[in-house]
Design a protein around this ligand. Structure first.
Ligand SMILES: Nc1ncnc2c1ncn2[C@@H]1O[C@H](COP(=O)(O)OP(=O)(O)O)[C@@H](O)[C@H]1O
Ligand SMILES: [Mg+2]
Length: 339
């Protein structure tokens, strides 16, 4: 669906050349929600803006639906862009136009005949749940409502792809959830391919099928969201995951622990999260364990369990217990302090 082949983007500035995208190759499949995660300045927006050629790549290819956008004429590119919708963190609505007019504007710009516009805008506002706001101006809307207008506008010309640049970063958590639900619905009902940039791994966990992690213009890790959460490889990826799955042991509890015990953080992947591994751990290894903290997250519908437990036994028994967990393909980390 979308192929980036050795994409490179360098910006010439007064201070010299700044590399925004450093030789990135990615394949985004039809109908999937693909997340791009990274800290500010990692090159996420640059990659996204190269997908619709809002930024012209310095080198490399951008193929959308098999068409190499970098070789198109101006007119051909204008047409191709209509099939690539985009939404932004700060919505970019026209403040002097009503909700209706903001959406209609995208249709007019694409040359849709006047007679079809009203019907289509009505349909789009219904889809995003804003039928009763058609006559209002952006300043009268909440952030979530503004983003809904942005989504309606982006969908106006039946795009195949929706590019989302931090669409929920300016929204509160509840509104974020409602916008993510809308994007999920659009992806399912319209079969739209969605590329979503975020700095929050939580958003990726809730919404995306696959994800790429960017650092300094490069993609440093990519894969199925579940696999990246269950087996992060790069330190930066681990940091993002840690933040998303974070839970802290209160200092008070930590101070009360038996100095002879060992604290383990155990990750149960796939079915292991549901099977009785903990009871087998105790039965088969002669140790006792005390769960201090834990939860099972569902990513898609696959469970991923993280438990912090204090285990007690002889050093040999504890060593065996750790081996047992590794054999069950659990992730095991010895925790030596609360962070
Ligand atoms: N128009 C521009 N001119 C010069 N440098 C830019 C421009 N756009 C982005 N950059 C630089 O490219 C790098 C990547 O930026 P960006 O793609 O905006 O990252 P992100 O979206 O991950 O925050 C940064 O170092 C940024 O300063
Ligand atoms: Mg950005």
């Amino acid at each position: 669906m979308i192929r980036l082949v050795d994409l490179h983007k360098a910006y010439e500035t007064k201070q010299g050349t700044v590399v925004g995208v450093d030789h990135v190759s990615l394949h985004i499949r039809k109908g999937e929600i693909f997340g791009i995660v990274g800290y500010s300045g990692a090159g996420k927006s640059s990659v996204l803006r190269c997908i619709n050629l809002l930024e012209k790549p310095t080198a490399g290819q951008v193929l959308v639906d098999g068409v190499n956008l970098t070789t198109l004429s101006k007119e051909e590119l204008r047409k191709a862009r209509q099939k690539i919708g985009m939404i932004f963190q700060h919505f970019h609505l026209i403040s002097s136009k009503t909700v209706f007019e903001n959406v209609a504007f995208a249709l007019k710009a694409a040359g849709v005949p006047k007679s079809s516009i009203t019907g289509r805008v009505t349909e789009l506002l219904q889809l995003v749940g804003l039928s009763d706001k058609a006559g209002q101006y952006p300043a009268q809307l909440s952030g979530g409502q503004k983003q809904r207008v942005g989504i309606a506008r982006a969908l106006a010309n039946d795009p195949h792809v929706l590019l989302c640049d931090e669409p929920t970063s300016a929204l509160d958590p509840t509104t974020t959830q409602s916008i993510l639900a809308l994007l999920r619905q659009i992806n399912k009902e319209l079969g739209l391919t969605i590329v979503l940039i975020t700095h929050e791994m939580e958003v990726v966990k809730d919404l995306c099928h696959r994800v790429a992690i960017m650092q300094q213009g490069k993609v440093i890790e990519e894969g199925e969201v579940y696999d990246v959460f269950a087996n992060p490889v790069q330190p930066l990826t681990k940091q993002f995951i840690h933040n998303a799955l974070e839970f802290k042991l209160p200092r008070k509890l930590w101070d009360k622990l038996d100095p002879a015990g060992q604290v383990l953080k155990v990750l149960f992947r796939d079915d292991a999260a549901e099977q009785g591994i903990i009871s087998r751990l105790l039965k088969e290894n002669g140790i006792s364990a005390n769960i201090l903290h834990g939860k099972i997250e569902y990513i898609g519908d696959k469970p991923l369990g993280t438990f912090i437990m204090e285990v007690k036994g002889t050093p040999e028994e504890i060593k065996q217990a750790v081996q047992f967990l590794i054999q069950q393909s659990c992730g095991v980390e010895v925790v030596t302090d609360v962070d």
